[in-house]
Design a protein around this ligand. Structure first.
Ligand SMILES: O=C(O)CCC(=O)C(=O)O
Length: 376
């Protein structure tokens, strides 16, 4: 226990420390902020050392210090705070959740999206793929192994560009999702890439698999740490029906070369993957089994994919990649992303859209969903 005076000193110091953290939160974007942050830390450290000196001086004050675990208290807080690279200070995340995302590159939040909303999105998917509702411009993708004599639900394996459909785009605006997204992007949020993914029962070709990949391969904007995907299971997802699989910690690596895998049974359009992954890396695979409404937030460098659907049911998920609106477009010419850029430009051309540049495809899609639009 410590005396009244000691308590006042201690809490005034904590107040200063937290105030500084909040200031970070408001301006926490550019590199300059990192410098400001370390100045804040230095100041907080200086103040706390002064407090400890006061507490230590005279009488049996040193007993009070023991209550805080001696000097380790300060060192631990500061070193923990400084190692956060992939997330921002935000009261929404518990310390454990933040630490987990930092270490693993993903975070599952259970029961985040209501069953009522999932039902609305599921019915809309069905109406769109049955052609009961037509939304011009919506990208409907097909599983290569299913021909037209199967039900539409077998054939359509993905709907992209949900911003064109107000019912499905509702997901990307859900405050319960955005409150978590903000912990990674900051307050100004753009919805950049939107999908409803339907994994039909595998036809026997294993084409329902999604090869291991990094989503950043597809994106011509940076910084990577200010991009996050929210992926919500629309029904229970298990190893049996092809849940997501991820390599924890791989978000700490770099973006690597992606190509079409040379799978015997063929591979779906634009399902690029990382070839020749090391066995030691593959062995770290984690299966993200989730319940309906559970949502995984993950970093765009995290290596992930999904397995074949070995059940007779349909595994559906709805997802959105968000980015801080302060992000900047980059030129991907001459980089490993050139192949996907060229492919997208050619597909757009076939659809009658002439893109001058790959980034135009993203500029057209990006929608502000919270805060203010800065660059994207
Ligand atoms: O939902 C899935 O099966 C995988 C989705 C995915 O990783 C993607 O579309 O990038």
């Amino acid at each position: 226990m410590f005396s009244k005076d000691g308590a006042v000193l201690f809490f005034s110091c904590i107040y200063v420390y937290e105030k500084k953290i909040n200031i970070d939160c408001v301006g926490g974007y550019s590199l300059q902020v990192t410098e400001e942050r370390s100045t804040d830390f230095e100041m907080a450290e200086y103040r706390m050392k002064t407090v400890f000196r006061h507490l230590n001086s005279g009488g049996n004050g040193s007993n009070r210090i023991h209550a805080f675990g001696q000097n380790n208290f300060l060192t631990e807080i500061l070193s923990q705070k400084q190692q956060f690279i992939y997330s921002l200070p935000n009261a929404k995340l518990t310390a454990e959740q933040r630490q987990f995302y930092e270490e693993n590159g993903f975070l599952i939040v259970q029961n985040l999206v209501s069953k009522e909303n999932l039902q609305i999105y599921g019915e809309r998917f069905q109406d769109l793929c049955d052609g009961k509702i037509k939304v011009p411009g919506l990208t409907m993708m097909r599983d290569i192994s299913y021909k037209d004599h199967y039900t539409n639900e077998h054939v359509v394996n993905k709907i992209q560009d949900l911003f064109l459909d107000e019912v499905l785009f509702d997901y990307c605006r859900l405050p319960e999702v955005l409150d978590y997204v903000e912990c990674f992007t900051g307050p100004n949020i753009m919805a950049m890439h939107t999908m409803l993914i339907n994994k039909p029962p595998d036809s026997g070709t294993l084409s329902s698999r999604h090869p291991l990949h990094q989503d950043l391969h597809y994106f011509p904007f940076r910084p990577a740490n200010k991009i996050v995907c929210a992926w919500t299971a629309m029904e229970p997802v298990t190893r049996e029906n092809g849940c997501l699989v991820a390599i924890p910690g791989s978000h700490k690596g770099k973006l690597v070369q992606h190509d079409y895998p040379d799978w015997e049974g063929g591979v779906n359009k634009m399902y690029h993957g990382i070839r020749g992954m090391k066995k030691s890396e593959m062995e770290k695979r984690t299966y993200l089994e989730m319940g309906a409404g559970d949502t995984v937030f993950f970093h765009p460098i995290l290596i992930h994919g999904s397995g074949a659907n070995r059940t007779n049911g349909f595994r559906k998920a709805i997802s959105c990649h968000y980015a801080a609106s302060e992000s900047e477009y980059i030129d991907v010419r001459g980089t490993s992303q050139e192949n996907i850029a060229e492919e997208v430009i050619q597909i757009a051309k076939k659809l009658g859209v002439e893109l001058r540049d790959y980034k135009d495809a993203w500029h057209l899609r990006g929608q502000l969903v919270r805060g203010k639009q800065v660059n994207l």
